[in-house]
Design a protein around this ligand. Structure first.
Ligand code: PBG
Length: 333
């Protein structure tokens, strides 16, 4: 599309910016509560809300309070909540068996939320890192992250989550072949309605630091995730990954992190026109909150501006720790 402009002064682009009414009429992008997915951290226990120091305002909740959070989210009109478990270090093993235990923290929370707030969509994370003694998303053998064996484990994890009632499965592991394997297993097990939001273009990013503190994976992780997560230098590779995941049966595609990768969001939306989401990750949240706490940025304004930028870049929705706060702003509450 090429704009046609009469020469100045016939064209004065400031004319349409003059009043709030004209600005409202020419506004190209909107953010609404229906665009938000709220990631929350869960832990064992009861009545516990434990702050995550590197993410001011974010807590780890016991299941009873996670249910309360889901009720709050539903009340605000937030369509989905995404669960990340803080796993007891004693349950972490090299084989990661806790990942597909039907009674693990994550699966118990899915059931509790679906029982109390059936209308909210519950999204999960599929990767082995919360359950892995070495902190990696895949099974490690002789120092190598083994792909196909990991996919078998992830499929078991996906089935346990679907069985518990998850609406959206979020494979965040970046192994090859996982989407197709999960989709086939879900069909076979009668879970043909469960959606998959693939963490397709997930970069090996330093912006995940606070999240790894929140789920207790920082201490365990040996080395980095560069053999499976993407090189921040790459963009064409993201397009190949999206094509691959869509052809294997992903319903929705995610780009992660968010703000430093808006160019990828735009390319994905333009090339595939598929449901596209971005994850405004822990480090992005921490960065904005730290500046706001110092009085260097206006928290509410940068929150809303950053979320709008995802919509402008073509995203259909955003996973953000700001979800309830942004929802309150959008509802004028
Ligand atoms: N595979 C786990 C996973 N799922 C979501 C995040 C990061 C989310 C955030 O930083 O907010 C990570 C961390 C990682 O890959 O190391």
């Amino acid at each position: 599309m090429r704009p046609t402009l009469a020469p100045f002064p016939m064209t004065r682009l400031r004319r349409t910016r003059r009043t709030a009414a004209l600005r409202a009429l020419t506004c190209e992008t909107t953010l609404s509560v229906g665009d938000l997915i709220w990631p929350i951290f869960i832990r064992d226990g009861e009545g516990i809300e434990e702050p995550v120091p590197s993410m001011p305002g974010v807590v780890r909740r016991s299941i009873d309070l996670a249910v309360k959070a889901a009720e709050e989210a539903a009340g605000l009109g937030i369509p989905a909540i995404c669960l990340f478990p803080y796993t007891d270090p004693a349950l972490k093993t090299e084989a990661c068996e806790e990942a597909w235990n039907p009674e693990n923290l994550s699966n118990r929370t899915i059931r509790a939320i679906k029982a109390a707030v059936p209308e909210i969509a519950v999204m999960t994370d599929i990767a082995l890192d919360p359950y892995n003694a070495n902190g990696h998303d895949g099974i490690v053998r002789d120092g190598i992250i083994v792909n196909d064996e990991t996919v078998e484990a992830l499929v078991k994890m996906a089935l346990a989550q679907a069985e518990a009632g998850a609406d959206i499965l979020g494979p965040s592991d970046m192994m090859d072949g996982r989407i197709g394997a999960m989709r086939a297993a879900l069909e076979k097990a009668g879970h043909s309605d469960v959606t998959i939001m693939s963490y397709t273009a997930k970069y090996a990013s330093a912006f995940y630091g606070p999240f790894r503190d929140a789920v207790g994976a920082s201490g365990a992780l040996k080395g980095d995730k560069k053999t499976y997560q993407m090189d921040p230098a790459n963009s064409d590779e993201a397009i190949r990954l999206v094509e691959r995941d869509l052809s294997e049966g992903a319903d929705m595609i995610m780009v992660k992190p968010g703000m430093p990768y808006l160019d990828i969001c735009r390319r994905v939306k333009d090339e595939f026109g598929c449901p596209t989401y971005a994850y405004q990750v822990s480090g992005e949240y921490a960065m904005l909150m730290a500046a706001a706490q110092n009085g260097w940025l206006d928290r509410e304004k940068v929150m809303m501006e950053s979320l709008l930028s995802f919509k402008r870049a073509g995203c259909d929705g955003i996973l953000t720790y700001f979800a309830p706060e942004a929802a309150k702003v959008l509802r004028g509450a």
